[in-house]
Design a protein around this ligand. Structure first.
Ligand SMILES: CC(C)(COP(=O)(O)OP(=O)(O)OC[C@H]1O[C@@H](n2cnc3c(N)ncnc32)[C@H](O)[C@@H]1OP(=O)(O)O)[C@@H](O)C(=O)NCCC(=O)NCCS
Length: 182
């Protein structure tokens, strides 16, 4: 892996709905099984009970795709906590130069650290079964398959996908490659 880009990571609020919708669309552009989230949908998601999230900004990185703008958004993580569990609603990093630089690992590590403070003990997610890059990422970050949901992703007609349900403990001491950063 190349060195971490000097991106900055900040919590998001419903005021970020428009910029997050654009970023989400760019991260998932090649995944027709994901229904795009427009500004209104993103605002609803950010307003869900227990929803919180983080956005990575390009900072002073020269990794490209940020157009030299330190405020350019390059990655996002949204979660929803309920009782002891939290679900990953979405996780994405801009395609191209920002990928495979540890940015998703960093977002996940920061998210897990914040959720731990809130008493959350387990993180759960659904990922399309043939989204091999994302499945590899989650496995590398300590998630294991705990179930499957048939036809869970149903974005564009004809592109339905089953989801793997993956989970990991975020109790202190659990395998946690990303929580040391930031
Ligand atoms: C999945 C995703 C978030 C990973 O982001 P990233 O910033 O590139 O990931 P990281 O650099 O933090 O990767 C950490 C480790 O995960 C694994 N990994 C990440 N992407 C991988 C890929 N495409 N193929 C295989 N392993 C991968 C590797 O072990 C990697 O470590 P390494 O680079 O030292 O080998 C990114 O590819 C993405 O946005 N994909 C599109 C959106 C998506 O599918 N999101 C997940 C579904 S919710």
């Amino acid at each position: 892996m190349t060195a971490l880009p000097p991106a900055t990571v900040a919590p998001v609020t419903p005021a970020h709905a428009a910029v997050l919708a654009t970023l989400h669309g760019a991260c998932f552009a090649h995944q027709p099984w994901h229904r795009p989230w427009d500004r209104a949908a993103m605002a609803v998601i950010l307003g869900l009970p227990g929803a919180r999230g983080w956005m990575a900004l390009a900072g002073t990185a020269e990794a490209g795709d940020g157009d030299g703008d330190p405020e350019a958004p390059v990655g996002l993580l949204l979660v929803q906590a309920a009782a002891d569990d939290a679900d990953i609603l979405t996780l994405g990093v801009l395609p191209g130069a920002w990928r495979r630089r540890g940015l998703a690992r960093r977002l996940l590590g920061l998210g897990m650290a914040a959720l731990r403070v809130d008493g959350i003990t387990r993180l759960v997610l659904e990922v399309a079964e043939d989204n091999t890059g994302a499945v590899a990422f989650y496995r590398a970050e300590g998630f294991a398959e705990v179930g499957r949901r048939r036809g869970y992703f149903c974005g564009e007609p004809g592109h339905a996908r089953d989801a793997l349900v993956m989970a990991r403990s975020i109790l202190p001491g659990a395998t946690d490659a990303g929580a040391t950063d930031g």
